[in-house]
Ligand binder design. Sequence first.
Ligand code: FE2
Ligand code: FE2
Length: 219
Amino acid sequence: MTAEEFVAALDAENQARLRGLEPDATLAPEVKGPLNVPNLLKVALRNEAEATVIAARWLATSDDIKLVLALARQAADEAKHYELIAKRLAVLGFDADGFDPLAGGFGPLSAYLQTLRTSVERAAAGQFTREAIAIVKNRQFIEFCERAGDKVTATLYRDVIEPDEYFHHQLGRSLLLRFAVTDEAQELARRASARTLALAEELQQAALKTAGIHHAPGC
Ligand SMILES: [Fe+2]
Ligand SMILES: [Fe+2]
């Protein structure tokens, strides 16, 4: 299979599975307190912090220049999202300065991503697939904000964060076209992508069971 054929097939498979995350999905079961925009934004802070750290660690341990540049861009964007969300939380009455979103350690998805060593797995799992999940989840969160009457947070996600996450997904696509050029690399990518989706599905089920959460934003 050529890299183009492989990426098209993986995309189709992922999109079919992502429909299973709709309309009730989340990557983050641990909302503390009632289900509202500020509490979901605290979950978002953790997701953005984890995404920043993973991209930065991979950046320091990748040797392909295209991947290094993509990870640098992603790390900067996720850090920017963190700041924007923290500012929005301040307006909503929560001071994020004294809040350590990583105090409890990585969630299961970031813990898995951290184990990936090859460029093709990092592109497949961390960018192409995780960012596709983020797009689905952010759309749900935007709808939740609108139903809650929070147009400012909805606009922040629609106009700034969501386009960046889409760009990260597209970075993953172009990197996969670069790396997924052998049967072996394609198999690594397929497995990393499937594991990422499986972890998202498991977290969704846990979140629904424990907290009734459907709308936590991704990164
Ligand atoms: Fe992202
Ligand atoms: Fe983000």
